[in-house]
Design a binder for this molecule. Structure first.
Ligand SMILES: Nc1ncnc2c1ncn2[C@@H]1O[C@H](COP(=O)(O)OP(=O)(O)OP(=O)(O)O)[C@@H](O)[C@H]1O
Length: 294
């Protein structure tokens, strides 16, 4: 294995459940050190893909390499840590006992105190695993994922159930953890956290790649910016750079291919004096996501 060996390489990866193709000839290379977010609507194939990367689900066709090895070999060597959606925690034991027990199973684990600190577990060490809230259980799963000191972290919807403050602290911790060059792949439905925390966003739809790029690149698929303003109900389609127009509550919104050109024409045109409260906005990742998976 060399430094340029990808953390994950998927080639023609396919998984079928009966007549349903959950993952459909997926090709994807994740370089070491990258933070990648998987987005996609319910049933897009995100969990199935991560389960195949972890060697938990056998592909029907195609290949998975993790640091150039089979998923099973990579898992055994402690190079991969995972936190799965609804992953079962050993029932009815204290969080501290669970952590201690699991800590003993790894070859080169992070110090237990560091795991507790990073996963923010100090206040719930005595709590029974059967009494954890959804967000607390997610923090324990995260602790178990980072415990082996893995080079690759796979997190399936890691912040589900966390309150806003806990989510913020979680991503701050992830920033520290990845500063050392770890690779992180996480699936999420929170578009804002994908946009803020990932170097790269991969959108899956029907098991296929619908988009792959930075948040900025993905937003560009929905085209240019919007200009909205209060003004007369005229026909604005003749302005240069306008693609579509809409009007609601006395405000007009122009969807533009070249907002600079449109804005200049708007502010120098015959209605300029009647146009007020002008706003220019970029499309959000949510706009892009909705147009990609429509
Ligand atoms: N064990 C299984 N048996 C049959 N169908 C399955 C199984 N696991 C997943 N599927 C189906 O495969 C498709 C992909 O599911 P998957 O869980 O990978 O999607 P997802 O993108 O993770 O969705 P979500 O956002 O809801 O978690 C879905 O249609 C799902 O019903």
């Amino acid at each position: 294995m060399t430094n340029s060996t990808p953390a994950i390489q998927l080639t023609g990866l396919t998984k079928r459940y009966g007549s349903l193709t959950a993952v459909d000839h997926l090709d994807l290379t994740v370089p070491a050190g990258q933070i990648l977010a998987f987005l996609g609507p319910n049933g897009a194939g995100k969990s199935t893909t991560t389960e195949m990367v972890l060697g938990l689900v056998r592909p029907d066709a195609g290949d998975v390499r993790v640091f150039g090895q089979t998923p099973q070999t990579a898992m055994r060597s402690g190079e991969v840590g995972a936190s799965l959606q609804n992953g079962t925690l050993l029932w009815d034991t204290s969080v501290r006992s669970l952590l201690s027990m699991m800590h003993g199973l790894h070859e080169h684990p992070l110090p237990l105190a560091e795991v507790i600190e990073r996963a923010d577990l100090r206040d719930i060490l005595r709590t029974s695993t059967s009494k954890l809230s959804g967000g607390q259980a997610q923090r324990v799963r995260f602790a178990l994922a980072i415990m082996p000191d893995p080079r690759l972290l796979i997190l399936d919807e890691p912040t589900v159930g966390m309150d806003v403050d806990t989510r913020r602290r979680f991503w701050a911790t992830m920033g520290d953890l990845t500063a050392g060059g770890r690779t992180v792949v996480f699936a999420t439905h929170y578009l804002d956290e994908a946009d803020e925390s990932a170097d790269r966003i991969v959108v899956l739809n029907h098991g296929r790649l619908a988009a792959d790029g930075t948040g900025r690149e993905i937003k560009s698929v929905v085209g240019g910016r919007h200009i909205s303003f209060t003004g007369p109900d005229s026909d604005w389609t003749g302005l240069p750079g306008v693609v579509t127009t809409s009007r609601a509550g006395g405000r007009t919104t122009l969807n533009c291919s070249d907002a600079d050109l449109t804005l200049r024409a708007l502010m120098t045109g015959p209605h300029a004096a009647a146009v007020t409260d002008v706003e220019v906005s970029a499309p959000s990742l949510e706009d892009a996501f909705l147009s990609l998976v429509a």
